[in-house]
Design a protein. Structure first.
Lengths: 400, 400
């Protein structure tokens, strides 16, 4: 079956040159970067070269990049590491309700340790208001974390404005850039963030490679203690091939960023137009301030998982923002926090485009998806008047 | 230059079949294991197959294996995760002075959090006495961690006996099996340990893949919080290719274990015989209860780093147990805790053998190493009467 992959927020296929760049480090260059002989030195040099490339992609200094194993590790490291490094000065943290589980669950751990956490509300687009951030700050606040863009809604948050609010009070600001780095322009100096999480497999690099940008001079406690790797800030023998691949993926992202964005935006916009006549389908997230290759929506009267399975039977792969994969059929907390009713939130579906997609892929999606919706709705126990929605996207009419 | 690699404790070259097993997961099988469609399911199945293979290598149940990114992560996770899960019952931990930095520095973090940690002394072979463990236990003790074998001294600790002492008092016992799993027979049921750390690159698998054995029913707090990966115990998108490679390396280790041990023991013993006439060279670690492919020694009047550099100029790669790589010219704390004088500990050197070594490799080492020692000693500012040593290994005579 010819696969149409529209789930780039879950994982990206690696670019072949990225894999090529990694291969020597699986073979002859297998040394431990801490070893003094040349096999070790070659691995050290490879890591430092990758560090320069990742730094260049986000306009950081190489010394400000700490390699980790994943975006989730970077998020845990950032929120908990900064909170703990400052715990004697204050024990209040602020995060948004749009955060990834790795931030939300790290926040809950801080609560168990005696921290107070404020969970910022969002508007109907999933947008955090910098004014609300300002009002949430108190004398105990030492860390604020707001996601750069949610992979569930695609909404790009005003992190520059929120960072400015944080810095007015001398508070450290972290943003989870897992969905943005390599996919839209990200400049840590222009945004003026203090920490930013990244994951290589979100920009056509390998799994097992993440990074944390930590602005020079900012304090953090390690998450993984041990040896002197990463300047003593992240222990463990470095995953040299994955780090090299992350560097190569960053280099390619920097070169192709404009073309990449234009390509996926064109496909996304084509899909949106192609779906506009489906009744009771509502786009979610911000209409403009969003990831260029990201289309998220709720389809009333049916469940996200049903759509995914029927799409998959046609070789079309997408994601549901709902928490089906956790086996608990709960509506997505992110959508609920945006005011989407629980019954509607169950019908969440996300299409995320990549370099590897073509217009023909989208044509097939536009052909198949409405038929699948029709089929599922014919079987659906739900009906009645539809949700009035957020006034964007497809027409919102009652089913009957 | 034809390389003779005797630093398998630092990193192993990957077995080609291991890399072959990983390749599909870098290419067409790039799905996120959480995705519901078949690309995700294939990744999930690959992870579960790897889990079975790793479990089989140590006689565990697959449900008792948690994949991590490294041995260091597994050690942090184990010691801190168990200590924190039990902190309301008691805040005393016991570790040995032979532990890896990832345990020792995790112990220090626990101390900062209000825990009390006992650091167990060792004898001249680096061996922990189970009786000392028993005497160190108090009502607050909830976790004991003793390394299975030190990569610095090669000594295999009596973990079965220590586990039995821990269990007399209902205390959880962890062992760091990074140096042993895949290199000597390891049976978690026979040893009766509750947790064991592993790292794939120590048994010819990839970097970036580690695991923690956690006996069913034992409580642990996650180190990395977030999604539902690894049963909610270790978040972050799984490094599927590395996990698959770890599984393959475990499968191969199980098949080849006896041959692997015999091969490296033969080479190690040949080296020991070949070096026996070097004066003021003392073997370190236990003479018999040690890793089969591991030769560790101190060479008086010279520095480990000098030996490594001159060896490396001949294409011979080895490690120094001393902390040169940390750029701080401190003597190894492990050797000091075994009673080796600081001046002597600086001359530490470790040769660790692997499947890829041949008898000819060892012949070259036996030819070159004495010349290098002679050369360095001729330049050395140190002299005088040598250390009387531990009564094992090479002849111990005064230099002049």
């Amino acid at each position: 079956m010819n696969i149409k992959y529209f789930d780039h927020v879950a994982a990206n296929p690696m670019i072949p040159e990225v894999l090529d760049s990694m291969m020597p480090y699986f073979k002859e260059e297998f040394g431990n970067p801490l070893s003094v002989y040349d096999l070790g030195m070659n691995a050290r040099i490879a890591i430092e070269t990758a560090r320069e490339k990742v730094a260049a992609l986000i306009n950081a200094d190489p010394s400000e990049i700490i390699f980790t194993s994943s975006g989730a590790e970077s998020n845990n490291f950032a929120l908990r590491g900064v909170a703990l490094a400052h715990q004697n000065e204050g024990k209040h943290a602020i995060v948004s309700k749009m955060e990834h589980h790795s931030i939300l669950n790290s926040a809950r751990v801080l609560e168990k340790m005696g921290f107070v956490v404020t969970y910022l509300p969002v508007d109907k687009y999933g947008m955090v208001d910098p004014g609300t951030v300002r009002k949430s700050i108190n004398d105990e606040t030492k860390i604020i974390s707001v996601i750069h863009a949610s992979s569930e809604t695609g909404t790009i948050e005003p992190v520059k404005e929120i960072a400015a609010v944080a810095h007015e009070k001398g508070i450290v600001f972290h943003t989870d850039g897992v969905a943005t780095v390599g996919n839209i322009p990200v400049d840590v100096k222009e945004l003026d963030v203090d920490l930013m999480s990244m994951a290589a497999h979100q920009f056509y690099g390998p799994k097992g490679a993440g990074a944390l940008y930590l602005k020079r001079g900012k304090r953090i406690n390690p998450l993984i203690y041990g040896g002197i790797q990463e300047g003593g800030r992240r222990a463990g023998t470095e995953n040299v091939p994955a780090i090299v691949g992350m560097g190569k993926a960053a280099e390619i992202a920097a070169e192709r960023l404009t073309a990449r964005m234009e390509h996926v935006k064109k496909l996304r916009d084509k899909l949106i137009v192609g779906l506009k006549n489906i009744p009771n389908l509502h786009l979610t997230g911000h209409p403009d301030k969003r990831l260029p290759g990201h289309a998220s929506m709720v389809v009333e009267f049916i469940e996200g998982e049903g759509m995914l399975l029927l799409l998959s039977s046609k070789g079309i792969y997408a994601a549901s923002g709902s928490a089906c994969t956790s086996k608990a059929l709960k509506a997505s907390p992110v959508l609920l926090s945006m005011g989407v009713p629980s019954s509607v939130a169950h019908g969440s579906i996300v299409f995320s485009f990549g370099e590897d997609n073509s217009e023909e892929d989208v044509d097939l999606l536009i052909e198949e998806f409405p038929k699948i919706i029709e089929k599922l709705r014919a079987m659906s126990p739900f009906s009645g008047k539809g949700w009035e929605g957020i006034g964007e996207g497809g027409k919102c009419t009652a089913k009957n």
